[in-house]
Design a protein around this ligand. Structure first.
Ligand SMILES: [Zn+2]
Ligand SMILES: [Zn+2]
Length: 104
């Protein structure tokens, strides 16, 4: 995840959120309910969280990925991409995110 260049905060950490949390933050509201995706740490609303089949990846050991063959890695990547296709995400400046959080 690369840093973001925020107009207000300059170079900052990024926080990936689903489109619904994005809409709330854009309106200056901090969402009351946020679910954290266990794989990429994306912040998701309940609906988006429910759409991703995390069960499929619960046994995925990222530390062991280096030992997989290219074909296996490709399959894992395809599975992940297909699963995450159901949610639209965007990146937020971490400082902006925490600002909204502290004001809520
Ligand atoms: Zn959502
Ligand atoms: Zn910012």
């Amino acid at each position: 995840m690369s840093p973001i260049n925020c107009a207000e905060h300059g170079l900052s950490d990024t926080i990936q959120v689903c489109e619904h949390i994005h809409a709330e933050l854009s309106a200056g509201h901090f969402p009351g309910e946020i679910h954290i995706d266990p794989i990429f740490w994306i912040k998701l609303c309940a609906a988006c969280y429910g759409k991703i089949d995390f069960e499929k990846f619960k046994d995925l050991d990222f530390s062991a990925l280096a030992e997989r063959t290219d074909a296996e890695l490709e399959e894992i990547e395809e599975n992940l991409n297909a699963s995450y296709l159901v949610v639209k995400t965007s990146y937020w400046c971490g400082e902006c995110y925490r600002d909204i959080q502290s004001r809520s």
